[in-house]
Design a protein around this ligand. Sequence first.
Ligand code: PLP
Length: 457
Amino acid sequence: MFQEIENKELFKQTQQFSLDYLESIFNRNVYPTEEALANLSKFDEELPLDSTDAKNIIEQLHTYGSPATTATLGGRYFGFVCGSSLPVGLAAKNIGTFWDQSPSMNVLSPISNKLESVVEKWFIELFNLPKNSSAGFVSGTSIANLSGLIAARYRILKNNNWDINQKGLMGAPKIRIVTGKQAHSTVLKAIGMLGLGHENIEWVEVDNQGRIIPELLPKLDSNTILILQAGNVNSGAFDDFNSICKKAKEANAWIHIDGAFGLWAGAVNELKHLTKGMENATSWAVDGHKTLNTPYDSGIILCADKEAMIAALQMSGSYIIESKERDSMFYTPEMSRRSRVIELWAILKYLGKEGIDEMVLTFHKRATLFAKEVSKIAGFYVENDVVFNQVIVRCDTDDLTERVLNKIQELRDCWLGGSVWHGKKVMRVSICSWATTEEDIHLAVASFQKALELESM
Ligand SMILES: *Cc1c(COP(=O)(O)O)cnc(C)c1O
């Protein structure tokens, strides 16, 4: 095995494969071909008894793995809300891969903890958050939502003289949960995992864009967790933080914002009206790997109540060495994890404030262009106000929408998924790749048109 490190052939070959991949992926079929999918059967093997040559392993990944990837890195993948990865992020992640650091304790990785402290400050500034806010670097917004709600649960019970870590939830004072009917499924997942129970949720009615109707909020109090949303996963709409947060803060409720992709609007001059008032919340969950275009995986939990966060995620042991600097494991559920801050730091530094502003605003412009162009074609209807990067499109009937969507996916010029919006089947277009050009938008619209023509014959 030392030979592999010494002669470096394995790594050189891997690098070549990676560069070949990068060269092809921006112009390739966006979804794997039937042949590539069929070839996945090459991986149906028993665990071998003997060692396999490392070179063959990497070749197998390149030959049969690469073609079965989706081109999320490119400019015409519009499925879910994915985001590409900026080249500098891939490069920084590559260096980080070789460092193979665990940031849990400062003593275990000084560089990781240094970068985390720096990026924490940058985030506070970018989003104009309270000065003493903390940041935890997690795998994505699923865990960021979970972490924010862990801190909220700790704080509310602590204020009721109940230490959740010691006493648990059984017999604990009641925590109220208030959220909109369009809360993201990962919020519900977190509520379930935390033992707070979906049945305890006080649901608030939403408007036609999926925003909480502020007048319909129940009376909030200091035992309430209010969960809001920056960026509805279908429409991209934002709850009205300006009118909701101040009131909720006065009532001493814990306000958590799920801002997986939408929180970034707050860093853009022309779009920050969408997040106005968000600084009055208590915790914010946001992704790096969506709007910011970091490689997977990257999510951040930001919390104004640092004390609650650290107390809720406390751990100790005779072998643990705490430092005077940051020890990252007190800010996330995990102890060991990869040092994902490396590429996050690299991308923030690469873009700078103006670069972030420009990139995110361009997503909005491309989404607006897409909506404009697709609505020119008879038979397509845009169903949402395109306030950010999401466009919802439908055809005349559910059946036609479904067939057209399947046809677009089959054509592989772009890729997007479907959803249900106000009881109707729809297609969801999410524009969040730095690589998406105006030409990509025109190609995608052409694919929509072709699919509609084929399905209307
Ligand atoms: C994507 C998304 C999540 C989940 O984030 P992951 O990074 O996939 O864990 C949560 N909320 C919203 C609104 C999202 O778009």
